[in-house]
Design a protein around this ligand. Structure first.
Ligand code: SAM
Length: 174
């Protein structure tokens, strides 16, 4: 399964940490890349790219000004558009159908999501119907869609790798 995350409506003044974390969570939990829209913010792209360069794996990082263009382009490429929103249908009822789709663009919003996003999505999916966070919604969605198998993912060409320890920190590489 191919999964690209789309972080909609990044705001340069307020969302630095949360948008960076969307990228880091997407990469760590098995997605193939992230696209950002909203304010253009090279620092976000650089932060996520730097993590990929140090810790390995293939993970694309891109920016596109027009969110509609992203959705239309991915639809044209055969992706199913899954918009994560508290107002959508329960994720647990949608997973098996979504796993059969093969290519997903998983959209997470910011403060205000344009109404057309709900219309353009193939699926509006809720990770509970309670308000919380794009990072949490994304993490739960990815873990469910991949049956937790992403927890064992190996990252190729890593400069740094953690050797898990009961206590302390062990990292090989530089
Ligand atoms: N009222 C906003 C809305 O849903 O349009 C909530 C914005 S919330 C701070 C930012 C993003 O987190 C949302 O756009 C959505 O992608 C995600 N999110 C928050 N709660 C969610 C939930 N229960 N299920 C799925 N996604 C959620």
């Amino acid at each position: 399964m191919k999964v690209i995350v789309f972080r909609l409506g990044h705001r340069i003044s307020r969302d630095h940490r949360i948008s960076t974390h969307c990228g880091l969570v997407a990469r760590a939990l098995g997605a193939d890349g992230i696209v950002y829209s909203g304010d253009q913010d090279q620092a976000i792209l650089d932060s996520v790219t730097r993590v990929r360069e140090d810790w390995g794996g293939k993970f694309s990082v891109a920016y596109e000004k027009s969110w509609k263009k992203v959705v239309k382009d991915y639809k044209r490429k055969g992706y199913t558009i899954v918009h994560l929103t508290m107002y959508g249908m329960p994720v647990q009822k949608k997973l098996s159908g979504l796993r059969r789709k093969g290519k997903l663009l998983v959209v997470v919003g910011g403060e205000k999501v344009p109404w057309e996003m709900y219309e353009m999505a193939d699926f509006n999916v809720a990770v509970t119907s309670q308000p919380h966070s794009e990072i949490a919604a994304l993490a739960v969605f990815l873990d469910r869609i991949f049956f937790s198998k992403e927890l064992d993912k190996k990252f190729s060409r890593a400069k740094k790798t953690v050797i898990p320890q009961e206590r302390g920190k062990k990292v090989i590489g530089k």
